[in-house]
Design a protein around this ligand. Structure first.
Ligand code: PEP
Ligand code: MG
Length: 756
């Protein structure tokens, strides 16, 4: 067997010419396999493409019986070709027929060939087909030949991804890549979005595959690697608290990888075989990902995702595309698909083009999800494999109601969703009409429907949703989307904008509620906490770091000069904390008045009721503060000993249960007894059925996400409050209270035509 006569560079150049020629797809493939065979001095070169029905179909061959093209088939896992596709690894055999997986396809006439080299056709770690060369003689293909065939396979992957081969498939039999896929994950934010995939992590395209000059390309790679290493070193050497602990470990791992000789060598090899630096990064990453796909060790999976992040950083360095370029090229109905994402990265996308967000990981309390909720974008998370299954521009539907994603949906799915979207739009129209109507029950009881907010992007919704005010302004969100502590001026500006937009409607600012699941990467908090939800968080933290609280309080007081200011303290556990916070606030008031500042016309200080200890001194609490707001998310997690972020427990216990409803009723009663206003601002307020229950328990002010106000108001206007109150009192009394309250409430509503 002679060595390959011309080498991979020449082959790639030839392939590039072939791509540019005006050929039909079959003709182009036939030329490609012929040229590969010739270049590798092989008697056979065949391409098998993976179909949606998990069958590998022979699409082109040089050397095997031409009559078997589009007829010869192997199932995934069957024969050598099926084994390569299933394992995503090459097979290099000097005598293929001795291999236990060998399956003889009589129609191909391949029995005379002994040596066999097959490589998977990969894209973004996903197998799209198998490329094979065979020789009569028994030989083992050299490492550089394996590499060359893999590089060639990448070109074919791009052709498949670009849809070039779709026209060759028989009607009704689709290629795997264009297969409709439906996933079910977790619904992180309600809403339905129809649009087109935008991959958050960059992916190269076919036009950017072949290099003109390997040396120049290697220099580009080196330069990009150099700046990548510098940026990592720079982050590591900055003595900022931000990069302590876990963050530091990740960066150390990045640094190790960025200097990993094996990785760099594979990148250089791919370039010397004729790829651009971008394509080389993609190829090496894709090979690695495909090989790691079956890995279950969480540590190794973590490392793989570190490597992925690093490769993405390197790609961005190489492509040098600015966020503005990226934004300009976005489709107007973008649905972002990402493995994971920081909150600030989501804010880089123009809101008007976003229709949804799909995450491979994430949790309902992830920062990015909180921000997406504030922006009103449907989000589905925990969808493993979503990134590698998607291509930029694929049609996709995000169903944040059901937690489902439909990628490349079939016509009937798409039209069912279009109907769902129209239905939702009609409902929105109804809610808009309700906006101007007073929020009063059918029997004349008035209930304040307030909204929760936290970022400037939320503010226009105050008018749009017809909210009575902002019942909870989560000031920590400004801190969470920033990369360093927001300066006092930035805080003051935001607070003053909020008050301007509220135009006299009440706004309750909660002092920063960080810690627990809300981490600021730049804040050196406590060492790793075993139970962060029970840890150093919220008011506990701000009382220990009074500088933080003082700055914030000063910003609030200045922003509210000449207007009412309502300040609320999160996670109060004992009343002494309120006294301490009040002292800090009073001191700031004295300070500002000494310097002649314009002070708020009134200052009200409230506490969140989230920790069960306060339930046992409700009257004292009501006497201590100017108002109380029940944080039902945290109160429920502490009362039920159930982590609010744990998806396994998400449906286990019902907040509309007898014990929790009784607790909520006691709080409302204590408020009335002490004439202290009580409101509730957890997620419970935002679902019509639970909002109805709250009203039945005596709540006359509740605060929810802006999108929930319409549905809750639609429920309220049909609600006979007096009858409901009697109904709830009856059902929460005595032993009959064992009945499931949710079902009873549903029946109450159904019997009276109350929309839930
Ligand atoms: C709550 O706990 O109910 C609440 C409103 O606060 P957060 O969800 O921000 O913890
Ligand atoms: Mg809370």
């Amino acid at each position: 067997m002679r060595d390959s006569v011309v080498g991979p560079r020449v082959l790639l150049r030839r392939l590039r010419e072939l791509m540019a020629e005006p050929l039909g797809p079959q003709e182009r493939l036939d030329h490609i396999v012929r040229d590969i065979a010739r270049n590798m001095v092989a008697e056979v070169c065949s391409l098998y493409v993976l179909r949606a029905d998990s069958v590998l179909e022979l699409y082109a061959t040089e050397g095997l019986n031409p009559g078997s093209v589009h007829l010869a088939q192997l199932r995934l896992g069957q024969g050598l070709v099926g084994t390569i596709a299933a394992s995503a690894r090459p097979l290099n055999l000097s005598n293929a027929q001795e291999h236990p997986a060998f399956a003889y396809l009589p129609e191909t006439g391949e029995e005379i060939y002994h040596s066999f080299l097959g490589v998977p056709v990969l894209r973004a770690g996903r197998t799209l087909g198998v490329l094979v060369v065979q020789n009569r003689t028994m030989r083992t293909y050299r490492e550089d030949e394996v590499e060359a065939l893999e590089t060639t396979a990448m070109v074919i992957a791009e052709m498949i991804a670009a849809g070039d081969l779709a026209r060759l498939s028989r009607p009704g039999i689709e290629l795997d890549l264009s297969r409709p896929v439906s996933f079910t994950g977790l619904a992180f934010n309600d809403g339905v979005g129809l649009g087109h995939v935008v991959l958050h992590e960059p992916r190269i395209v076919v036009t950017n595959l072949f290099n003109e000059d390997s040396e120049a390309e290697t220099r580009r790679l080196e330069a990009a690697l150099g700046s990548l290493r510098l940026s990592i070193d720079d982050m590591l050497s900055r003595r900022e608290v931000a990069f302590e602990g876990e963050h530091r470990d990740v960066l150390e791992a990045y640094r190790m990888f960025a200097n990993d000789r094996g990785w760099v060598r594979r990148l250089e090899e791919a370039i010397s075989n004729g790829l651009t630096a971008e394509a080389a990064v993609e190829k090496v990453q894709s090979d690695m990902r495909a090989r790691m796909v079956h890995m279950t060790d969480p540590y190794m999976r973590e490392r793989m995702s570190d490597f992925d992040d690093l490769a993405n950083r390197l790609l961005r360095q190489l492509m040098g595309r600015s966020p503005d370029d990226i934004a300009a090229a976005l489709p107007k109905d973008s649905i972002i698909v990402a493995r994971s994402m920081g909150a600030a990265e989501l804010l880089d996308y123009p809101r008007e083009k976003l229709r949804g967000l799909i995450l491979e990981d994430g949790a309902i309390t992830s920062h990015v999800v909180i921000v997406a909720r504030a922006m009103g974008i449907p989000v589905v998370g925990q969808l493993k494999g979503a990134v590698s299954m998607s291509e930029n521009g694929d049609p996709v539907i995000v169903d944040g109601e059901e937690g489902a994603v439909h990628l490349r949906p079939q016509f009937d799915v798409e039209s069912a969703y279009a109907e769902k979207v129209r239905f939702r739009a009609r409902k929105q129209e109804l809610y808009r009409e309700l906006r101007k109507k007073p929020s009063v029950s059918r029997d004349g009881v008035s209930v304040d429907l307030m909204m929760n907010a936290g970022l400037a992007v939320d503010l226009p919704q105050l008018a749009d949703a017809g909210a009575a005010g902002i019942g909870l302004f989560r000031t920590e969100l400004q801190f969470m989307v920033a990369s360093t502590f927001p300066r006092a001026e930035a805080q003051e500006r935001l607070y003053s904008d909020v008050l301007d937009i509220a135009r006299g409607k009440p706004v309750t600012f909660r002092t920063i509620d960080i810690g627990g699941d809300k981490v600021l990467p730049y804040f050196k908090g406590a060492a790793q906490e075993e139970n962060p939800a029970l840890g150093w968080r919220a008011i506990r933290l701000t009382l220990d770091r009074p500088g933080l609280l003082r700055t914030q309080v000063r910003a609030l007081l200045r922003a509210a000069g000449g207007r009412e200011l309502r300040v609320m303290l999160p996670m109060v556990t004992e009343l002494g904390e309120v006294a301490q916070a009040r002292e800090i606030i009073d001191r700031e008031v004295r300070h500002l008045s000494r310097f002649g500042h314009h002070l708020p016309t009134s200052l009200r200080i409230g506490a969140m009721l989230e920790v069960p200890s306060l339930l046992f001194q409700l009257d004292e609490l009501m006497q201590t503060v100017d108002f109380v707001s029940v944080g039902s998310n945290d109160l429920f997690q502490f009362v039920m000993a159930t982590d609010r972020g744990n998806s396994q427990l998400a449906d286990r216990f019902d907040a509309l249960s007898v014990p929790f409803l009784r607790i909520l009723r006691q709080i409302a009663e204590a408020g009335r007894r002490n004439e202290t206003p009580v409101t509730l601002c957890g997620e419970l307020a935002g679902k019509p059925i639970s909002a109805m229950a709250l009203i039945g328990l005596g709540y006359r002010s509740i605060s929810m996400s802006p999108a929930a106000i319409g549905p809750v108001k639609a429920m309220l206007t049909e609600l006979p409050v007096e009858a409901l109150t009697d109904f709830m009192n009856e059902n929460l009394a005595g032993m009959s209270a064992r009945l499931p309250m949710r079902a009873l409430l549903q029946t109450f509503a159904d019997d009276r035509g109350i929309p839930l």
